[in-house]
Design a protein around this ligand. Structure first.
Ligand code: LLP
Length: 384
């Protein structure tokens, strides 16, 4: 396992930038493949990281793709992914995005409302095509994670209420240009308690029993993504426990004959392979604390500002005794803070600071606020 960084290479590069350890990414993908069964299909949730260099590696492992926009469909197709392995979710699909999905004959539209179902049927009719659809059912299962990233509760905007499931299925069956092929669920993100996934399995079993009683047989069950990672200990746990995750589903989800079980994993695939590397601009002494002011800001990595998310921060240029810092960026926002009271090896102007576990929802959520440029990226292969 490579956890050390190519420091001398880093020193020659303009900061901030994302660094991706492709060896770790490959080991992670290999671990996924080693722990799935024949009737499992893993779609990489491209929203986590759509960097072409990352997609190129993921593609080698034969994963499908989970998209939530036309732009993501284009990114996946451009990276060479098979449109037949693309699933397309999202509460607000524009007409052009639906048309794009139809043109590429994607595997499935994950439909989140009746008006959306009607529009897909209409647009498919215009093209004289039949769109495969799955209904995203809101299972009303809570996940033990941050309130902003739990999605499976009845109060969320996502999905169709369980009580309406039979009705929407009947509706779809009457339509000529959609083919109902499955059910889709997703309860949230950064979930580490297997009990949450077990609760989802139980719910899916219950819904499947209801459908079976009505002789409605479906080919595809999609349980979404959500497996979390160890942000506190990226070195100790660089690869999520996929064995435990997939065996939880194997044990608790009752699949019927010939059903395929789909997963949409994002964070668990890419988070640990990414690190945001930045330089210390200034060390500022306050009256009660000291600040390490970096050249990276919330425009490069918004998770701490947006979700108070924890990322491990390391001074990789110094081995002096640790001191305590608030680690902040240069953006004109008080929330532009990466960590408060962080113990770092004594920091000097110019020191390189690594913000770990940023391969997921880092680069993809970057912005150009304050007229900043988007951060570039380098892979370990490129910096050999
Ligand atoms: N499937 C659906 C329908 C989703 O909405 C998501 C994530 C995924 C799959 C992938 O979830 P994952 O395996 O990555 O947990 N920006 C937030 C996370 C938002 C997740 C949105 N949906 C963050 O930085 O934590």
């Amino acid at each position: 396992m490579i956890t050390s960084f190519p420091l001398s290479k880093f020193e020659q590069l303009k900061t901030p930038f994302y660094y991706y350890n492709t060896t770790l990414l490959r080991e992670t993908l290999q671990s996924i493949l080693s722990n799935i069964q024949g009737n499992y299909c893993v779609h990489y949730a491209i929203k986590a990281n759509a960097n072409p260099k990352i997609l190129k590696v993921i593609k080698e492992y034969g994963l499908g793709i989970d998209c939530v926009s036309g732009g993501e469909i284009e990114a996946a197709v451009n990276a060479g992914f098979d449109p037949q392995k693309i699933v397309f979710a999202g509460v607000g699909k524009s007409d052009w995005e639906i048309n794009l999905g139809l043109d590429y004959n994607i595997l499935c539209f994950n439909v989140e409302s009746i008006p959306e179902l009607e529009v897909i049927n209409e647009l498919a009719e215009k093209k004289n095509k039949i769109a495969n659809i799955a209904f995203r059912i809101n299972p009303n299962v809570g996940a033990h994670t941050h309130a902003n990233i739990t999605t499976g509760l009845a109060e969320n905007k996502f999905g169709i209420d369980m009580e309406d499931m039979d009705y929407v299925i009947e509706l779809a069956k009457k339509m000529n240009y959609v083919r109902f092929i499955g059910l889709h669920f997703h309860i949230g993100s950064q979930i580490l308690e297997m009990d949450d996934f077990i609760a989802l399995c139980n719910r899916v079993n219950e819904l499947q029993r209801k459908l079976f009683a009505k002789q409605i047989i479906i080919d595809h069950i999609n349980v979404g993504g959500g497996l979390g990672i160890d942000y506190k200990h990226p070195n100790r746990n660089p690869i999520p426990d996929f064995k435990q995750y997939f065996s939880t589903y194997q044990k608790h989800l009752k699949l019927q004959a010939n059903q395929t079980l789909h997963f949409e994993l994002g964070r668990a695939v890419v988070a640990q392979c990414g690190t945001l590397i930045s330089r210390t601009l200034y060390v500022k002494q306050g009256h009660h604390k000291q600040f390490a002011i970096l050249d990276a800001g919330m425009t490069d990595l918004i998770r701490p500002a947006l979700y108070q998310a924890y990322h491990k921060i390391e001074n990789i240029s110094s081995d002096e005794a640790k001191e305590r810092y608030d680690v902040v960026g240069p953006i004109c926002e008080s929330s532009d803070v990466f960590g408060k009271a962080v113990d770092l090896n004594k920091v000097h102007r110019g020191d390189l600071i690594a913000i770990r576990s940023t391969g997921a929802y880092g680069e993809t959520m970057a912005s150009q606020y304050n007229c900043r440029t988007l951060p570039p990226s380098y892979t370990s292969d490129e910096l050999l």
